[in-house]
Design a protein around this ligand. Structure first.
Ligand code: R5P
Length: 257
């Protein structure tokens, strides 16, 4: 791995503790104005100092994020569908690597849809993105999107994460599940977990704690932070769990102060 790739990866996952809190705000690429992100800058700007990186689209990056914020960017580069469609798996690469370079991103992110109608297309897209990523020294994060008909269990998620890693992804983002240690054991690259739909703050903190304790490199969390009643308190609490190993009970006490 060359210098540029290693350098960018170290901006995403801190070499100090091999952990990361990525703040995901890319939902609009297929969901439009998602709750909490109607005016993303208003919600997100106060949170940026507490996130290790920001995952978003180039449209929101260019229009809403101050370029002087020194926050590593994970750029969503897959798209092509909307929530109005039954099948969300028909995605393609939607941003050139040259534009990602222009935006000085630390990684690019693309979804794969294992078991879906467009499984092959999404894996080949990942493969092409990884080739381009190595050309420019930009790491690729693969998101294991889970279709409505798929079970979010360790068997399915191990399959999806392993395929992502075998295809060349440098980081994999997936969901937490029972027997999560099996997902970690069989995936040779760092795994981060998504938060999923908004739950209670206690549940989201417990999820982050469980994931990290079973070997995740951290979280790539969105709705459970920016849809929280207190987004700033929530990102601080998540950070304490991921980086300081604070248990969820005490993290919730921190959140509630
Ligand atoms: C989903 O397609 C997006 O990539 C989100 O970044 C991801 O689901 C993480 O956000 P959340 O914690 O809200 O699930």
């Amino acid at each position: 791995m060359d210098y540029g790739m290693k350098n960018r990866l170290s901006r995403i996952i801190s070499p100090k503790d091999n952990k990361t809190v990525m703040l995901a705000i890319d939902h609009g690429y297929f969901m439009g104005p998602t709750g909490g992100l109607e005016e993303p800058d208003k919600t997100i700007s106060p949170l940026i100092p507490f996130a290790d990186s920001l995952m978003l689209t180039r449209g929101i990056l260019r229009t809403k994020i101050n370029p002087e914020f020194n926050i590593p960017i994970v750029l969503r580069v897959s798209g092509g569908t909307s929530i109005l469609k039954e099948d969300l798996s028909d995605e393609d690469i939607s941003v050139s690597m040259e534009d990602a370079v222009r935006l000085n991103v630390s990684a690019v992110a693309l979804s794969i849809f294992i078991g879906s109608a467009h499984e092959k297309q999404s894996i080949i897209n990942l493969s092409k993105l990884v080739d381009k990523g190595y050309k420019y020294g930009i790491p690729v994060l693969a998101v294991t999107a889970v279709g409505r008909d798929m079970n979010r269990d360790s068997r399915y998620l191990s399959l999806a994460c392993r395929i992502a890693a075998e295809t060349g992804a440098n980081i994999v983002k997936t969901y937490y599940c029972d027997n999560f240690e099996e997902v970690i054991r069989t995936c040779p690259v760092p795994v981060v977990v998504a938060g999923g739909k908004k739950t209670t703050e206690q549940e989201a903190l417990q999820l982050a704690y469980n994931a990290v304790n079973k070997g995740a490199s951290g979280v790539d969390m969105g709705r459970n932070i920016f849809q929280s009643e207190k987004p700033l308190s929530m990102i601080k609490a998540v950070k304490s769990v991921v980086h300081d190993g604070l248990d969820p009970k005490n993290a919730f006490i921190e959140y509630s102060k």
